[in-house]
Write a protein that binds this ligand. Structure first.
Ligand SMILES: CC(C)(COP(=O)(O)OP(=O)(O)OC[C@H]1O[C@@H](n2cnc3c(N)ncnc32)[C@H](O)[C@@H]1OP(=O)(O)O)[C@@H](O)C(=O)NCCC(=O)NCCS
Length: 269
């Protein structure tokens, strides 16, 4: 397949560590089997699918996933669910060298899914997110990670929403932005905050005002400040990814986990 460079970057974390963010390339699912301990793979997945492709993908889901799929009111939401869950199975199947229908999940108390130990001798971790007709899936060997994608859309009450979810520093940064940049700034912040709470796996039980992210546009490492918790700040690295126009995307991972982030695309072919 043809490579399609989108963005490439090398960015320093702390004093010694360089994180290499590779350009986005097309990759068939088997590329997942090349995942190694020094890298994180981030897959960009198109959730647009023809009815025939959707039927094919649906055949690979578990009974529980089929029941969940049937619960969607809108056909478009059902299609997106089927495609993202089927592609996750295909990627995990490649990396674990197991048939897709043998993949099982365990779910943490706050809803974070993981692989059961008996299926996972390599210690594979993953995180998933979707927005609009796109999903992202991150895969890593050992070490937790969290991923979030947000499609930019108009929010009339953006300041009020920031007041209730952002830290004081984030609200100040948003307010100082020109009005035309506030939606981008808001979704940059939102995606970075969600990636962090997804990495630590606790969802809303972690107070969102206890940490501060930068809202500026960036491709690469973004400062993350966790109030009163230097250990937490040292443990996690936050990276902003530019994988789609008019979307914000962020990945949070354990700081000693990877030296390279490989971005791969599956656009449904
Ligand atoms: C878990 C949560 C982060 C999901 O976010 P979302 O934007 O609704 O949806 P996303 O597509 O990004 O992520 C969904 C995936 O996250 C994963 N997930 C679910 N709970 C999770 C948790 N506690 N930790 C990590 N990942 C989780 C699942 O893989 C899920 O996929 P599924 O829907 O196929 O089961 C969200 O439900 C939540 O708790 N949000 C609280 C955080 C918040 O309000 N942040 C605001 C920041 S300003």
């Amino acid at each position: 397949m043809m490579g399609r460079p989108l963005a490439g970057d090398s960015t320093q974390v702390g004093r010694q560590k360089m994180i290499q963010i590779h350009p986005l390339l097309d990759g068939p699912f088997r590329e997942a089997s090349a995942l190694n301990p020094g890298e994180i793979q981030v897959w960009r997945v198109s959730l647009a699918a023809t009815p025939a492709r959707e039927r094919n993908l649906k055949a690979g889901l578990s009974a529980g996933e089929l029941r969940q799929a049937d619960g969607f009111h809108f056909a478009a939401d059902q299609r997106r669910f089927i495609v993202r869950r089927a592609v996750l199975r295909c990627l995990l199947s490649a990396v674990l060298d197991l048939p897709p229908n043998q993949i099982r999940y365990v779910v943490g108390v706050h809803g974070k899914p993981a692989l059961p130990n008996h299926l996972n001798p390599k210690g594979i971790r993953f995180s998933c997110t979707h927005s609009g007709d796109w999903a992202l899936i991150a895969l890593a060997v050992n070490g937790e990670l969290g991923l979030d994608l947000e499609m930019h859309r108009e929010i009339p009450e953006v300041q009020a929403l920031a007041q209730s979810h952002f830290s004081a520093g984030e609200v100040a940064e948003l307010t100082a932005l020109p009005l035309t940049r506030q939606i981008t700034g808001f979704f940059n912040g939102w995606s970075r905050k969600e990636a962090f709470v997804k990495a630590i796996g606790v969802g809303l039980s972690y107070p969102l005002s206890h940490f501060t992210v930068s809202l500026m546009s960036a491709h690469g490492v973004v400062p993350l400040a966790v109030a009163d918790d230097a250990a937490m700040r040292r443990r996690w690295t936050l990276v902003s990814l530019e994988l789609l126009e008019q979307f914000s995307a962020a990945l949070v991972f354990e700081a000693n986990q990877a030296t390279a982030i490989r971005c791969l695309a599956w656009d449904g072919d």
